[in-house]
Design a protein around this ligand. Structure first.
Ligand code: AGP
Length: 597
């Protein structure tokens, strides 16, 4: 149950557990792990082998019948991922006489394994035969009720780790956080692996049957530096709030060892990075959601400081498009979790194309993205539990700026410019502390949002993606419809939305676009829109009663300003959601790691 609670942020539509003890006892509940816990408190169960699951619904509504574990005859199963050919399998299985009790794609896996098991052999063999029939991505935990001493595990595109507990038990989970209370040493399964854990230890096999036999493979254990306390709330009410406040430290940790005097050493990208960096003539960034917004900010840095053309694309679009690749293009994949299915698929596609070796920007060292990329720039944000990404975003921006500086060095960046950027980065944690100190004023401002249905976010240049990120945070946790526009684009359509009382949030750094931005904001004022401007203290904005509210920030250093301006928008979304009483850390319909397409 502790493991389930720690994994809950990844999916929270329903939760369930099945324990084998003579027969099998299964308890499933709609909603959060707490609901399951209450049911178990009222009617406890015990056993020596079990599987449990928190669900983010893909096939079938979030209800009890669709909750995992699923059962077919002697087989008890939990599954993450998607089975793409489930309709065809379901048809065959129905003809074979199998009954379906759910609308999930998971149930066909259980039936398929049961079908093979009923034809002879042990569970491991039945699972490996069933895998040949499945198309899609999955991580599985499977028990045969008649061989209860073992659990068979499969990894194919969805993450799975095994931990040996100090209590002599063996455990598996879809991320290390779930098992930190029993171990910090893990075996990370690779795609195609089948493993069996039990009282007698762990055995791992290559999934392919050769002459009817599975071939054993070795997977060395790795120690994680994470502590079970790394994911405790401390003095905060929500993980999102804690993670917003973690940002000065997270940025300090991400910069640690990466600034040398007034330069960024090539070595931060690993041994021999200089040759790769020398070859870069263009950059292609691929990511999803908040990580995509980080890429959009970075595009400005790559083009301004390094003079290399940079394209940024959402991974789910990129992966289905014909690639036209400029010679010498560096492929950069950004992902907090390193498990986002679309980003991983984009990376897999890029590896088959004519890109330079790939670079991952990621927060989870054990993740698939880190393992599958050629080079890695880790963000050291610490575990991010709130579904709304905060400190992951700002630390992604820091690493992307470092990468832009490495490329800038090749493009003849003036030493004074480089030293200036290094100084801005060193100063950044204290700028972020100052931004956090605005929380009481922003909390007050949030009161004007709680009864609104729509909000516009405006920015220009590299602050346009900051506005996009502010709008994403607002809609994700407060459920208020929020859209971001490049301020200059307003008059081409969205201005029609603005009427009396419509809140329009703007990010206003003191940069070369300030005068243009001010004109755009006048267009909003003239239509009765209410302006809430987060402005650099040197930008010359003045509050006018309730219709123009200016909150000043100290963000004079231009390059890092997008990082500083992000914080008040995160805080605004947080306090709006708090007033609305939404589930801030686990907003409806979402999950932290999107491991399905
Ligand atoms: C943002 O708050 C979201 N949680 C979401 O957009 C997220 O950034 C996206 O799903 C990508 O996740 P990743 O960084 O783990 O790949």
């Amino acid at each position: 149950m502790e493991g389930l609670r720690r994994l809950e942020y990844r999916g929270y539509d329903s939760a369930g557990v099945a324990l084998v003890n003579g027969g099998v006892r299964r308890v499933r509940k709609l909603g959060k792990v707490a609901e399951l816990q209450s049911a178990l408190d009222a009617d406890p169960c015990a056993g020596n082998a079990g599987v449990a699951h928190t669900r983010w619904a893909t096939h079938g509504a979030p209800d009890e019948a669709n909750a995992h574990p699923h059962i077919s005859g002697r087989i008890v199963i939990v599954h993450n991922g998607i089975i793409e050919n489930y309709e065809a399998l379901k048809k065959t299985q129905t003809e074979r006489g199998f009954d379906f009790t759910s609308e999930t794609d998971t149930e066909v896996i259980a039936h398929q394994i049961m079908w093979h098991l009923s034809r002879g052999g042990d569970l491991l063999r039945a699972v490996s035969l069933a895998l040949k029939d499945l198309k899609g991505t999955y991580a599985l935990g499977v028990i045969d009720v008649e061989q209860p001493g073992h659990i068979v595990l499969v990894r194919n595109g969805s993450p799975l780790v095994i931990g040996a507990g100090a209590d002599g038990g063996h455990y598996a989970a879809s991320d290390v956080h779930a098992l930190l209370q029993v171990t910090t040493d893990f075996i990370v399964l690779e795609n195609g692996d089948i493993a069996r854990i039990g009282r007698d230890g762990v055995r791992i096999f290559n999934g392919e049957l050769e002459d009817g036999e599975l071939r054993p493979v070795e997977r060395a254990p790795v120690a994680t530096p994470l502590s079970p306390h790394a994911i405790e709330l401390g003095e905060f009410d929500h993980f999102m709030q804690k993670e917003i406040h973690d940002q000065p430290c997270a940025v300090t940790d991400t910069l640690e060892g990466r600034l040398l005097d007034d330069t960024v050493p090539d070595g931060i990208l690993g041994p021999g990075a200089a040759a790769l960096l020398d070859a870069v003539k263009a950059v292609q960034i691929v990511a999803c959601g908040t990580s995509y917004h980080a890429g959009l900010v970075a595009r400005h840095w790559f083009e301004e400081f390094a003079g290399v053309p940079c394209r940024v694309e959402i991974a789910s679009e990129f992966r289905y498009r014909r690639q036209v690749i400029l010679p010498g293009t560096l492929f950069v994949a950004i992902s907090q979790s390193g498990e986002t299915a679309d980003t991983l698929a984009a990376l897999a596609l890029a590896k088959k194309c004519d890109y330079l070796p790939s670079v991952a920007i990621c927060n989870v060292p054990e993740s698939s993205l880190v393992r599958e990329s050629d080079r890695v720039l880790m963000t050291h944000a610490g575990p991010e539990i709130g579904v709304a990404s905060t400190k992951a975003f700002t630390t992604q921006l820091v690493t992307l700026l470092l990468l832009a500086m490495l490329l800038g060095k090749r493009a003849g960046m003036e030493p004074a410019v480089r030293a200036g950027l290094v100084a801005q980065l060193r100063n950044l944690p204290s700028r972020l502390e100052q931004a956090l100190a605005l929380e009481p004023r922003i909390r007050e401002l949030a009161q004007q949002y709680a009864d609104k249905n729509h909000v516009l976010f405006l920015g220009r240049g590299r602050h346009y993606p900051v506005a996009m990120e502010g709008a994403l945070k607002m809609k994700e946790i407060s459920y208020i419809h929020a859209e971001a526009y490049a301020a200059g684009e307003l008059k081409h359509g969205p201005l029609a939305l603005v009427d009396r009382g419509m809140p329009v949030v703007s990010v206003a750094p003191n940069d070369h676009l300030l005068a243009k931005l001010k004109s755009n904001l006048q267009e909003v004022r003239a239509r009765g829109g209410v302006l809430h401007v987060f402005a650099d203290s040197g930008a010359g904005f003045r509050s006018e009663g309730d219709s123009v509210v200016v909150i000043e920030l100290n963000a004079p250093e231009n390059a890092v300003a997008p990082i500083v301006f992000t914080l008040p928008l995160q805080i605004l979304a947080y306090h709006t959601a708090l007033l609305k009483g939404t589930d801030i850390d686990q907003p409806r319909n979402l999950a932290k790691s999107v491991t399905v397409e």
